[in-house]
Design a protein around this ligand. Sequence first.
Ligand SMILES: NC(=O)c1ccc[n+]([C@@H]2O[C@H](COP(=O)([O-])OP(=O)(O)OC[C@H]3O[C@@H](n4cnc5c(N)ncnc54)[C@H](O)[C@@H]3O)[C@@H](O)[C@H]2O)c1
Length: 344
Amino acid sequence: MKPRSVLVTGGAGFIGSHLVERLLSRGDTKVTVLDKLVYPGRLDTIPSTLRNDPNFRFVRGDAGSKRILKPLLAEVDTVAHLAAETHIDRSILSIASFVRNDFVSTSHLYESLVQSNSNVERIVHISTSEVYGSAQQEPMTEAHPIAPQSPYAATKTGADRLAYSFYRTFNLPVCILRPFNMYGPRQHPEKLIPFFTTNALLDLPLYIYGAGTAERDWLWVEDGVRAIEAVLFADNYDELAGQEINAGTGRSFSINWIAKRILARLGKTKSLLTRHDDRPGHVVKLVSSSAKANRLLGWRPALSFEEGLDRTIDWYKNNASFWKKRRNDKRFREYTRAWYGREL
Ligand SMILES: NC(=O)c1ccc[n+]([C@@H]2O[C@H](COP(=O)([O-])OP(=O)(O)OC[C@H]3O[C@@H](n4cnc5c(N)ncnc54)[C@H](O)[C@@H]3O)[C@@H](O)[C@H]2O)c1
């Protein structure tokens, strides 16, 4: 059975909004977004053209609310579970809501799926490369040790293993996708690339943790969303259930490299580069093997990081209203005060 009606939890977030766009563009797929709009989620992350699509529906609520899930799960055949709090720095400042939103809600969602006798036949669980901690071998395959280094990563690891346990114990047809660092338009300006880009546009410091040599494998959001779609619409879905699959590019770039490229593209001075204490528990390097995704899904990323980063910088330059209202939110200012010691 191919998906006809997809429940996207966390669909008002950065990746979710791109997934909604991709699913609606198919023309034959209904999309229900279930999102609690927990900070930084905002409904207007989903462009109004998509929200007005007759195949789109929005429900505000927790991805683990059994009361809300009961009628929804009777109507959909597929679930993409993205709902989570996602900012590592915030999970260091305070972990309680991460445990609730990333771990406890996931347990309730999967329990509801098991108990509901629903028609859901496909579930993609969006995990993260952060479950691995720093690369102990390169490139990192799905067999890499699991060693989360931040509170966020630990709650996501718990959710990742819950998904697996529900497959093993209850035969829940869930496939676990582990994207590496995703970036692109409509990402909240607290996250690294938009934070650096919008700081540069405002002539504010670009804070570099430690020596700035930490490296990540950066995945263009539309490439990542194609990987999610490839799982959901796979002809060989039976082979995917219970599997963990990485999605990354196999290339890594340092924070220093990114900061300098942003400044150069925007014509800003390197004096904006500002050293900051390293983040506790900071992962040194992540770089993906996507051999399994290629073999099982026929998926590979299409856009180079150089091209994707330039497109992203240009998008933020041309869409100031998107990021200005998010930066003006008092919770953004409270966070920068708590984390950087000044309001930004
Ligand atoms: N951005 C990345 O680089 C990246 C990489 C790998 C994996 N991921 C994962 O992808 C998913 C989406 O990430 P994103 O970057 O779009 O994050 P985001 O913070 O932009 O969006 C998350 C969304 O989830 C919603 N949400 C949070 N808790 C909820 C709950 N309990 N119930 C309902 N809604 C809830 C928020 O309101 C928000 O709209 C997350 O699971 C994240 O861990 C992200």
